[in-house]
Design a protein around this ligand. Sequence first.
Ligand SMILES: C[S@@+](CC[C@H](N)C(=O)[O-])C[C@H]1O[C@@H](n2cnc3c(N)ncnc32)[C@H](O)[C@@H]1O
Length: 215
Amino acid sequence: MEKIKTGDGSYTFINPKYKEVYHSVSGAEEEAIKKYVEPTEITKLAKKGHIKILDVCFGIGYNSAAAIDAILKSNPKCKIEILGLEIDNNLFDAMDELTPVFKSYKYVKKAKNGFFENNNLSIKIVFGDAKKTIKDVKEEFDVCFFDPFSPRKQPEMWEEQFIKDVGSKIKKGGVLSTYSCATHVRINLVRAGFKVKDGPSIGRRAPSTIATKDF
Ligand SMILES: C[S@@+](CC[C@H](N)C(=O)[O-])C[C@H]1O[C@@H](n2cnc3c(N)ncnc32)[C@H](O)[C@@H]1O
């Protein structure tokens, strides 16, 4: 896969099938922090001592690594459980050539065979089509990172049924973040039981979307 340097100096890849980058070209690390970690307020949640994250389209794991760093900085004793859904099981090989700023990336890389665990962190990756694998997920999560390729390139990942299936795994009071602000995506999120609002506009004029499930 072709590796590219993004605007904040961090690297990401270009997917050969969809001809789309895995992260914003304005800054891959910045996107993980500003669009996923900060607006989901996981550092506040970390104070409670236990966070469960559903990382839909886990990719090369930047969003999860950025989240682990932020959570452990907020509360080093926080128990973190991450479930990643990802179709491409070759990405972990590609990750060997990446050294992002995230300290926790070393743990993410260790989930290569689908599982990593240490004292307070567990990362499980379910490889396969997330539209199918989501149906077998039995748990509920506090936070969801929803990061497929764009609605234009991969419309099936933004359809109502899939978003409803994802939404059904998010706890009441939980939050989902996604970079898209497309109207039909927001409508599907509302149909899945979320309230939506603008998230940060990092690297482009349009905002991202923060979707919350009220108690
Ligand atoms: C924009 S990238 C995600 C970047 C990732 N969140 C990160 O932080 O590195 C989109 C990802 O969706 C994955 N993907 C595409 N179709 C999928 C499907 N049907 N099920 C699960 N993952 C899929 C791709 O392989 C790719 O890794």
